[in-house]
Design a protein around this ligand. Sequence first.
Ligand SMILES: C[S@@+](CC[C@H](N)C(=O)[O-])C[C@H]1O[C@@H](n2cnc3c(N)ncnc32)[C@H](O)[C@@H]1O
Length: 353
Amino acid sequence: MVEMASPYKVTYHKRKLKAYLNREQIFPACLELDLSTECNRHCSFCPSAASKSVPRLELGFIERLLAHLGGETCGLLLSGGEPTMAATFPDALRIARENGFLEIAVVTNGDFLSEDVVAEALCAHATTIRVSLYDWPHTSEADLRGTLHRIEHLRTRIEKTKSPLQIGISALTTTENASNIDEVCRAVASSGAHWIYFHPFCIRWAEGTPQRVDQRGVMEAIADFRNTAADGFGVFTFSDRYTEREIRFDGYHAAHFLLVVGADGINYVGAEVKYQRQHILANPGQRWDANFLWHKERLARIAAVRSDTYPALGSRHRGVLYNHVIQKLLNCETTSVDDEQAGETSYLYPHIL
Ligand SMILES: C[S@@+](CC[C@H](N)C(=O)[O-])C[C@H]1O[C@@H](n2cnc3c(N)ncnc32)[C@H](O)[C@@H]1O
């Protein structure tokens, strides 16, 4: 079975995981980086609205960070803000490739996919894009058609240039929009996208306590669509994000595997608390220090995050789910790293955590 997201995806990185369990220093497997928080859309429910200003990373900082991690960190996830709007976007993709990043994913609203400089950089360097559909049952026909049209265009360019770029879609789910899953997904699949990924809509980002809204009926609707989707079109979700299963951890272990750096050059505990001052781990953007990953203060801050007091636990974001798995290994509740990867699962984009 092929999955895109699971709490166990972190166990794909066995060498790093074994080293971490042996209390050794490791480089992260994946970097999530915001080039800027600037965006052409102004969505009130957006997690990036937690950033009070509109910072942009300097190319020099991007170069230093990617060169430092390159060879050790193989996954890069560009988010934002709208990454394709940033002046540094094409260079950031190229520099990542030059530094040995194996998988590069770009999370985008898709509004600039028809711009030559964006499409060219994507086709040349990126592994996949993930186009976010926002409030999709209520999106106007014209808005949705515009996005699908740009996807069609990009797909044509991919075929023409024989680019390995894949086009993914991400759709935020709620109980209310579950009944529209089938209709919207069919439209998306026929536009030339390769896959779709569903994840829960969350609220309370600005308060630093993101949590999912009601998701009843969503998993059933996704399963129904999956059973009838065209062959070759990938339908993915992160099923553990839709359960209420208990999460326990003593230390935000995932911060050692997934390095989250905002457009302010600051390293945050996890993606779910980006731009929240109380969750800063380090500030390598202020004065570059190649050893920032292993500074005593950073390690102590990571170790101090506990599930019983972590305010963003209710989001069941990927970081907290990775923490739970790693904690079980640390507690020896699971016998080995190898056992933890249940069954015959393989991962699409294993370096993109
Ligand atoms: C804030 S967007 C920024 C990147 C890009 N501008 C875009 O629109 O995809 C990054 C991610 O946040 C997710 N997101 C936005 N609003 C959300 C919400 N209310 N709950 C959960 N995820 C959300 C999007 O689906 C996307 O995957």
